[in-house]
Design a protein around this ligand. Sequence first.
Ligand code: 13P
Length: 259
Amino acid sequence: MKKKSRRPIVAGNWKMNLLPSQVRPFGEELMALAAGFHRQEAVVCVPFVMLPAALKVFEGSDISVGAQNVSENPRGAFTGEVCADQLRDLGVKYVIIGHSERRTLFDEDDIRINTKVRLALDAGLHVIICVGETAEQRNMDVTFEVIMLQVKSALYGLDGDALKRVVFAYEPVWAIGTGVTATSDQAEEVCSFIRGVVRAKFGARVANGLRILYGGSVTPENADDFFLMPDIDGALIGGASLDPHKFFSILEESENNED
Ligand code: 13P
């Protein structure tokens, strides 16, 4: 399958930024800019408390809404948590799972991430699974071992059919929020490796259909370098996704780069 048969995705991860009252103006501005852009998929992943506002403003548009986390428990006495069924019932399409900030600041290991992926997929959500090595791991030359472990354990217990609702995001930890991006060659090397791991486990058809994003200091200025790469199908954007103009510029770039 050629790259062009995979629909590009540009996903914004707002992290813990902006306010509920800012969702509507952001959404209206983004929709005005993005009217007519259907080829790519745009996803805006907002904090839990902003999901209803985001769903409302993007209702009927091509822009999907995502959460940034989900409980590893299906339901019950887990004060402060939000489960996959609740996200799905609200109308949320995507959830980011295994972001490096969750892994490092909230002790999420590969087993918990796999549990979340399975619950989210069972609930009917689409998942964006983040993987990436730290600077120390890259320097120790264990990047591919780390990525292999993260990818294989995230997908443990799934069948090929479930992979239709899985997107991977390669986000090297050292490139997140630092202004230092991976080079496009470094990013392509790892994204192609991820596709290879999926191919070995699920076969060529599933691997060729899998969408893999790059994330880490992506801006309108550098996005193009990544979108030109054969195994990179879009981007997961932090800081630049908080500005509708920057987010839209990156979305526009993703259209221009199909082989
Ligand atoms: P930045 O784009 O701010 O580096 O963040 C990347 C990221 O973590 C997206 O999930």
